[in-house]
Design a protein. Structure first.
Ligand code: HEC
Length: 113
């Protein structure tokens, strides 16, 4: 019993290690991918201009792990906002990791369009 439990724990640890390594993002790659985000997650008052003005959450400077979780939740449908679901659905795990690395590393005051 003891052996099988530790075997399972080892397998889980190996799996999570592999998953983490697979989705390591870089902010440089993330910056390239923000073109599809800046229209809505721009910085001036954090509002969208189209199709109507409404507030958009500030994602610059958020913790990368939080951003990854949020994007995965839109992708899976756990979060239901239609525009974000559509966008997240088109993102790969690598895109999500890169975008999270970028947005997580940029402070709102220095973010540029
Ligand atoms: C069409 C406008 C639009 C575009 C384009 C867009 N977003 Fe969003 N985003 C929103 C809105 C509106 C919300 C708030 C949705 C809600 O209430 O769940 C949101 C929410 C989010 C959240 C959750 C924030 C939080 O605090 O929970 C993240 C993360 C996010 N967007 C990232 C992105 C990324 C990365 C891109 C580019 C790949 C992107 N968005 C493109 C409009 C947009």
């Amino acid at each position: 019993m003891r052996v099988s439990v530790s075997a399972v724990l080892f397998a889980l640890a190996a799996l999570s290690g592999a998953a983490a390594a697979q989705v390591t993002g870089t902010s440089a790659a993330g910056l390239e991918k923000t073109r599809m985000c800046i229209g809505c997650h721009g910085i001036s008052g954090w509002r969208t201009a189209y199709p109507e003005i409404y507030s958009v959450p500030m994602i610059y400077g958020q913790h990368p792990a939080y951003l990854i979780k949020a994007l995965q939740a839109y992708k899976s449908g756990e979060r239901s906002h239609p525009s974000m679901r559509g966008i997240a659905a088109s993102l790969s795990e690598q895109d999500i990791a890169d975008l999270a690395a970028y947005y997580g590393a940029v402070a709102p005051t220095v973010a540029k369009k």
